[in-house]
Ligand binder design. Structure first.
Ligand code: ZN
Length: 301
């Protein structure tokens, strides 16, 4: 081989190495690819995984995780993922189909595993409430499950995942104290409120508020005229002070209810999705910070 040809091969090999590593200057190891079903869970996985993990989220900011049409891009991302994180408890009815169509060969991790599920009767059927993340105590269970799954898939990252999870758990505990203190200050007669769909059962049970919703625990079925009439009567009779919009539901129904009852619109709560990163609820913790502020402000006077 002559010298010029040799140099060409050396340069080509170096170029291939750089392209192969993804980003120039990145650490030698590629981040592990994982998928998460919706934005709230996606953020939790990012907090625990840090730089070692690249998270793809199917249902993005302000998206509705109850009803979702997976795209071919989702199937491709999932097929390249080592772990699929789901909420479980019946939230992601569309996931089985996506898993099948993607040919996913990795591990499915149900982040809510170990949570005590809220059961309720809706249209004479007993159903499970999927919104377990709305209690910070449950959020800690999610974080532990995520940490353990990441360690199992990437044992070399154990120390990093443990440290990240501990930091996140400490912040969740601090937020828990904050929310409990704020809600405890609210007058008891102002602790019953309306949202569009029944997403805050775990929040209400954990912190002492009662949420009532014309739609059930899924956004799949719309509220009937009878459901709406019943809520309007209840708001008037019980002098319920405020109705709250949600980032994942249409506001028209609550506008109508507010108009007919005189209840005030207390603001927008983040229920099943985060805001975009530059919004008021770009992370799991900011979602609680925002919801806590909105509820406290609207209900304290
Ligand atoms: Zn929901």
């Amino acid at each position: 081989m002559n010298r010029r040809l040799f140099l060409f091969f050396v340069a080509a090999a170096a170029l291939a190495a750089v392209l192969g590593s993804g980003v120039v200057g990145a650490p030698a190891a590629e981040p592990m690819k994982v998928s998460a079903s919706f934005s709230i869970l996606g953020d939790m996985v990012k907090q625990v995984g840090g730089d070692r993990v690249e998270v793809f989220t199917f249902v993005g900011p302000n998206g509705d995780a109850h009803v979702y049409e997976p795209t071919p891009a989702d199937a491709k991302e999932l097929s390249e993922s080592k772990i699929l994180f789901t909420n479980g408890l019946g939230l992601e009815g569309w996931m089985t189909r996506l898993e099948k169509s993607s040919g996913f060969k990795g591990t499915v991790v149900t982040a809510s595993k170990g949570v005590a599920p809220r059961k309720m009767v809706e249209d004479e059927k007993t159903i499970t409430d999927p919104h377990a993340w709305q209690s910070l105590a449950n959020g800690k269970i999610y974080v532990a499950n995520i940490r353990d799954a990441l360690i199992a898939a990437d044992p070399e990252g154990k120390a990093t995942y443990e440290a990240n999870a501990q930091k996140f758990l400490d912040s969740i505990a601090q937020m828990e104290t904050k929310v409990k203190e704020a809600i405890a200050k609210l007058p008891p007669e102002r602790r019953k409120i309306i949202t569009t769909h029944d997403a805050f059962g775990y929040f209400g049970a954990a912190y002492g508020l009662e949420f009532i919703a014309p739609e059930g625990v899924s956004t799949e079925s719309e509220a009937t005229a009878k459901d709406v009439a019943k809520i309007i009567t209840q708001i008037k009779k019980e002098k319920i002070p405020a109705v709250f919009l949600e980032n994942v539901t249409d506001r028209r129904l609550l506008d109508q209810i507010a108009k007919e009852t005189g209840a005030k619109i207390g603001g927008t709560l983040f229920s099943d999705a985060l805001s975009p990163p530059d919004g008021p609820a770009g992370t799991y913790l900011d979602m609680f910070r925002n919801n806590n502020e909105i509820l406290s402000e609207a209900l304290s006077s």
